[in-house]
Ligand binder design. Structure first.
Ligand SMILES: Cc1cc2nc3c(=O)[nH]c(=O)nc-3n(C[C@H](O)[C@H](O)[C@H](O)COP(=O)(O)O)c2cc1C
Length: 102
């Protein structure tokens, strides 16, 4: 697999998640903010990260998603809803204590 990780992030949460995914993937990969992201190359899987704005994916990520056509896409997101359990995860779920932020 080849991975193109694209993220839209205003305050950095989604960027951190994108970086954790980038760190964990062992395939050929590249990571870019959505403003600099090219169209995916043939055979590339897009990992697209967005943040929730007004109950919807943010407009930059939505615009990119609409442009890329038929491509295999893995979506991930961050949002600001309160946790039912009163606690927030300390690190992205994919992280196994090996990424630079841990
Ligand atoms: C203008 C604005 C609107 C938002 N709307 C929502 C929302 O509708 N639902 C939600 O769960 N979080 C909402 N959030 C919280 C963001 O989705 C959350 O902080 C997210 O992690 C930000 O991602 P970023 O740090 O990558 O920019 C909103 C934040 C902002 C600034």
């Amino acid at each position: 697999m080849k991975a193109l990780i694209v993220y839209s992030s205003q305050s950095g949460n989604t960027r951190k998640l994108a970086e954790a995914i980038h760190h964990q993937l062992s395939c050929e990969k590249r990571i870019l903010p959505v403003a600099e992201a090219p169209a995916p190359a043939p055979g590339e899987t897009v990992f697209l990260g967005f943040w929730l704005r007004g109950g919807k994916p943010d407009p930059h990520a939505s615009e990119y998603l609409a442009k890329i056509g038929k491509t295999r896409v893995f979506l991930f997101a961050t949002h600001g809803a309160a946790s039912k359990f009163g606690a927030r995860p300390k690190r992205p779920f994919l992280c196994k204590n090996t990424c630079p932020d841990c």
